[in-house]
Design a protein around this ligand. Structure first.
Ligand code: ARG
Ligand code: ZN
Length: 865
């Protein structure tokens, strides 16, 4: 069944308080629940029956107001429980049995390692007990947990611990109370024997918060950084948003089996180990940045998500887009703003633009879904964050913060909508956002086409904009903020004015495109210029502007905006890669040389600039999706740059290698990034590169260094690759997260042998198909990053992934459906490949008992081909 946003109705009943008792046992856990229900004054008051969600529950007992129900009082089917006659206020007691040890879907209550844990968002609570499993039902939770004391010394849930004590038969219990009303998707429970890293944070107003980070035994030496990140996030949210933590206790638990990154359960976050565990020997620089960002993200949800939650799941971007925007700002403030912006835009251009052009395209606030879990997407999250960023750009920091205060003032403690959020921003600033709201309702990526002409006698630059959106849902023009500057012929920034947009003699300014076709006049432009538009990517659009090759090279060298400077370099390379302009190779090499020799430029930025656009982005940008040609030309360009700049790469490598240290600060991270990029290019030329790779691998004290050497050895298929691969395995085989990297790199090697390699790896003892991190490392990496082998012309790459989907869907629908999304660009492929995809996906869709998760993705994909 399809669910529609327009069908929303307030719930007939509200739940005031919930009392839960868990008697934990891996195969037979008893969950007793006591719900105080009352009729919702905002409903029509007519409902005689009440439906409660519940899936896979074995009912043991059921009472209303202490009267045991008989068969005729209720009905149960595979989706839940219907009470056939209810009064205005009553207490429902149920007891159900569940089997957490056999819950490989990792949704609801399940076992990971030797511990119990939960994942309830979006609709997993219904696998724990009968409940009104929807985010607009907010209740006060009381939880009692009972379990064996030896195996589960720790028994955790949301809020504050009220009581604990011993029971007979070596059992014990704890009792928890969460004073903040919450929807059931924020419920959490953890039980097990874990190591604890304890710390403390004193809030702005002087309250002491206990911080507790729980990890598997023996992993404390990988948990310091996550704790530091948490304290930084708490301080940052106070400083930038004036938001303080509300409970006295904040707990984080890391688990190895987790469908996604992490979950913001009130007071008890549950994390994938990938976003908690790292020390410099096991985690790369990128891992540390990711940990800091996800720890921040879940912490920031305490206000944007928990204190104000979503009315229904169509509103998901209300909390996710906003919270991603906040975590991006956090990283920008902690690290380099310009570099973070580049990294975030790359995600939009590679993954989000592709999603917006594919069969699963949806607005950031979707209108319909079959399975909600399929809509935790780069569109809802990352394009959602871009939409919030546009509001920030339009209103400024101060105006945006005014809007946030009003939003909390109006909606704290309740469930809100995207419209509510925009209304708060609009009302707080007297800023009309009516047209802006099409960003919430229309899917697809608009193209913003710009032509310009300069009238010297009037010192006027005319910019002619036209916007276009191919998606069928998009008939209305967008409200598009465009930040711009003008670059003069001597590398200077030329000032300009615009009466229309209130700009007088500025070197950079914001204009707004609102019409399908619109001309903007810039006055007081004293010389011929090259316009630098959409600086910092102020809107999630494709900018189409006809620069000459020379102008692009010039902007790459001279644009005053760091982001646009990088972007010019990327566009320049696409002239070779997509437009097949062979002669431009030389100017790219020239531009790289100038950039790399410029001492005034920071190494993190240089490292981004020398990265050739990835195949995903190229495939998305190439109107004809010519896989083979893109792969070939990308290889050619990389090799050419490796050889043409041979001396530069090895000079850089040696310089940075000599200066390298073990620090994790920005400069050290940047140096390593550029150093390892250089080594990658050196592998095409330098005679000694193999020796250098071996030495770097053997000497490495940091995972960043070790992994780069390992990766380069594999990707360049150096003779030493198999030895290094074995050595890496011998050293790290008992660290699952490091083994994920080991699998991922081998899966992404562009070699005809990779399919066989994957068949071997999936039988290795470090691989486990039930573990989502392992599936992502081996299969998702292969499909997403290994273009040449996934898209093998014989269809064998597609077959591998289709068979994995069928196998995984037997026990984990979410992970299977995510893997199925790897086929979403199929419509763009050539006929031969399309046919193979079709054949494989038909196999998937014909599978018996196919989940609705996979069905939704695959049926839409097949329709699109
Ligand atoms: N709310 C979590 C986060 O963004 C993610 C939950 C994902 N849930 C899902 N069913 N995919 O941090
Ligand atoms: Zn989130």
């Amino acid at each position: 069944v399809t669910h529609y946003r327009k069908d929303y109705l307030p719930p007939d009943f509200l739940i005031e308080t919930v009392k839960l008792k868990f008697e934990l046992d891996p195969n037979a856990t008893l969950v007793s629940s006591e719900l105080m229900l009352r009729r919702n004054p905002q409903s029509d008051g007519l409902a005689q029956k009440l439906f409660l969600n519940g899936e896979g529950l074995t009912l043991k007992a059921i009472f209303i107001d202490d009267e045991e129900l008989t068969e005729k009082d209720y009905d149960i089917d595979e989706s839940g429980l219907t009470l056939n006659r209810v009064s205005d206020r009553f207490v429902l007691k149920t007891c159900v049995e569940i089997d957490p040890a056999n819950n490989a879907a990792l949704e609801g209550l399940y076992v990971s390692g030797d511990k119990f844990c939960t994942q309830c968002e979006a609709e997993g609570f219904r696998k724990i007990t009968f409940y009104m499993d929807r985010p607009d039902v907010l209740a006060e939770f009381f939880v009692r947990i009972e379990a064996d004391k030896t195996q589960y010394p720790l028994l955790l849930s949301n809020g504050n611990k009220l009581d604990s004590g011993d029971l007979s038969e070596n059992k014990h219990y704890t009792e928890w109370h969460d004073p903040f009303l919450k929807p059931c998707y924020l419920f959490a429970l953890v039980a097990g024997d874990l190591d604890l890293l304890a710390d403390e944070f004193v809030t702005h107003s002087g309250r002491k918060i206990a911080l507790e980070l729980y990890v598997d035994k023996g992993k404390l030496d990988q948990s310091q950084f996550a704790m530091e990140s948490l304290k930084n996030a708490m301080a940052w949210d106070e400083k930038r948003y004036n938001l303080e933590y509300d409970l006295d206790l904040y707990m984080i638990v890391a688990v190895g089996d987790f469908n996604m990154g992490a979950m913001e359960n009130k007071g008890l976050n549950i994390f994938n180990t990938k976003y908690v565990l790292a020390n410099p020997a096991t985690g790369t620089d990128q891992d540390f940045e990711n940990i800091e960002s996800v720890i921040g993200h879940e912490y920031f949800h305490n206000w944007t998500g928990n204190r104000v939650t979503c009315r229904d799941w169509f509103q998901l971007s209300l909390k996710e887009g906003l919270t991603v925007f906040r975590d991006q700002q956090f990283t920008e403030d902690m690290r380099s703003k310009a570099v973070k912006r580049i990294d975030d835009v790359k995600v939009i251009r590679s993954y989000q633009f592709a999603e917006d052009a594919g069969p699963m395209a949806h607005p950031i606030r979707p209108d319909a879904y079959i399975e909600m879990n399929n809509f935790y997407t780069v569109t809802v999250y990352n394009k959602g964050a871009e939409v919030i960023r546009m509001l920030h750009t339009l209103l400024g920091e101060e105006g945006f913060q005014k809007g946030m205060s009003l939003y909390f003032k109006r909606h704290d403690g309740s469930a809100a909508t995207c419209d509510d959020f925009v209304a708060a921003m609009s009302d707080a600033n007297q800023f009309n956002l009516d047209q802006f709201k099409y960003w919430y309702s229309q899917a697809g990526t608009p193209t913003l086409r710009v032509d310009y002409d300069y009238d010297e006698s009037n010192q006027c630059l005319k910019l002619h904009f036209s916007q276009n959106n191919a998606h069928e849902s998009a008939s209305e023009p967008y409200f598009i903020p465009v930040k711009l500057g003008l670059v003069g012929t001597k590398g200077n920034q030329v000032s300009f004015s615009s009466a229309e947009f209130g700009l007088t003699n500025v070197e950079e300014g914001l204009i707004i495109v609102t019409q399908p076709n619109q001309t903007v006049n810039l006055e007081g432009v004293s010389e011929e210029v090259i316009p630098s538009l959409l600086r910092d990517f102020t809107a999630p659009v494709k900018l189409d502007i006809n620069y000459s090759d020379q102008q692009l090279a010039y902007l790459f060298a001279n644009d005053g905006n760091t982001f646009n400077r990088w972007d010019a370099g990327q566009r320049l390379m696409q002239r070779f890669l997509i437009d097949e302009e062979d002669s431009i190779k030389e100017s790219i090499a020239e531009a790289f040389r100038a950039l790399l020799n410029d001492q005034s430029i920071d190494n993190a930025f240089k490292a981004r600039c020398v990265q050739i656009p990835d195949l995903k982005t190229l495939f998305e940008n190439d109107p004809n999706g010519r896989i083979d040609s893109l792969i070939e030309r990308r290889k050619t360009l990389k090799k050419f740059l490796g050889i043409a700049l041979e001396d530069t790469w090895s000079r850089l490598y040696n310089q940075l290698h000599r200066a390298s240290d073990l620090d994790l600060d920005g400069v050290s991270v940047a140096n390593r990034a550029l150093k390892n990029a250089s080594l990658d290019y050196m592998a095409f030329s330098s005679e000694q590169h193999e020796a250098i790779v071996i030495k770097q691998f053997e000497d490495a004290k940091l995972m960043t260094e070790e992994l780069s050497a390992f990766s380069i050895a594999n990707h360049h298929e150096l003779e030493v690759a198999s030895k290094i691969t074995q050595a890496f395995y011998d050293k790290w085989h008992s660290e699952p997260l490091v083994m994920d990297k080991w699998l991922a790199i081998q899966a992404s090697v562009d070699s005809l042998d990779t399919l066989n390699r994957i068949q071997t790896l999936r039988h290795d003892r470090v691989f486990n198909i039930k573990n989502p991190n392992k599936v992502r490392a081996l299969f998702s990496t292969f499909a997403a990053l290994n273009f040449s082998q996934f898209h093998r012309i014989d269809g064998a790459g597609y077959r591998l992934i289709a068979e994995a989907i069928i196998e995984i869907d037997e026990f984990n629908n979410q992970v299977a459906a995510n893997l199925a999304k790897q086929f979403s660009s199929a419509a763009k492929l050539d006929d031969a490949r399309k046919m193979h995809v079709q054949q494989q996906l038909k196999k998937v869709i014909d599978k018996e008992n196919l989940s609705k998760d996979v069905f939704e993705v695959v049926s839409k994909t097949l329709e699109s081909i």
